[in-house]
Design a protein around this ligand. Structure first.
Ligand code: C5P
Ligand code: MG
Length: 215
């Protein structure tokens, strides 16, 4: 018998925007700027995984650590559940602009990185409305990640892990971008320029989508 699954959150009330792009493309930086301007909740899948990795008693700690170091994708059940829990908590706790009566708006950064995550989240958690896709060259991304690595303390901001992350991105994440492109949901933004310049384009895209004035 086919399972009759409906998503946990109704996409009419809960807006989900996925933010994708290669490692070092500027996803986190741009999300931090967009979050205050449009009352979003910013959830970084990578940050949630690192938090879970460090949580005492987590059964997934070792698995997550290995995947992150090797630049591979953590089994989707783990990441999808972390996101769903974080969304529920935010919707429960938050009030104000765009957040009343079970409403909410989320920027989900670094997710979905693989087709199985995309299909599961859209079907079982919340159907995403839009994908912001930041693009630049591997050379620029490598440079940014190595700069960040000087202070990030991240175990994957080193040349060896970065190469693996680039490969995973090409092999697993690009099909996700193509999938959403074919549904007309992708806004592609060249993120080679300065943070401010890229933000101008990103905020224009978000304003247009949400039908609110530029912020
Ligand atoms: O997005 P970020 O660069 O912080 O992700 C770090 C790592 O976390 C990825 O290289 C991958 O190992 C893991 N990850 C994942 N699935 C996601 C996001 C991140 O497995 N959706
Ligand atoms: Mg990030």
């Amino acid at each position: 018998m086919p399972a009759d699954i409906s998503p946990v959150f109704d996409s009419e009330k809960v807006t989900v925007i996925y933010v994708l792009g290669g490692p070092g493309a500027g996803k986190g930086t741009q999300c931090s700027k967009l979050v205050g301007a449009y009352s979003f909740c910013h959830l970084s899948a990578g940050d949630l995984l690192r938090e879970e990795q460090n949580r005492e008693g987590s059964q997934y700690g070792e698995l997550i650590r290995t995947c992150i170091r090797e630049g591979t994708i953590v089994p989707m059940e783990v990441t999808v559940k972390l996101l769903e829990n974080a969304m529920s908590a935010e919707i429960e706790a938050r009030t104000g602009d765009g957040w009343s009566n079970g409403r909410g708006r989320f920027l989900i950064d670094g997710f979905p990185r693989k087709m199985d995550q995309a299909l599961k989240f859209d079907e079982e958690v919340c159907l995403a409305s839009m994908v912001i896709f930041f693009t630049t060259t591997e050379e620029v991304m490598l440079h940014r990640l190595l700069e960040r690595g000087k202070t990030s303390g991240r175990e994957d901001d080193n040349v060896e892990s970065i190469r693996k992350r680039f490969r995973t991105y090409e092999e697993q994440t690009m099909p996700v971008i193509r999938h959403y492109s074919s549904h007309g949901k992708v806004v592609e933004i060249d993120s080679t320029a300065s943070v401010e310049q890229v933000y101008r384009e990103a905020s224009a895209a978000v304003s247009k989508f949400l039908r609110v004035p530029l912020a």
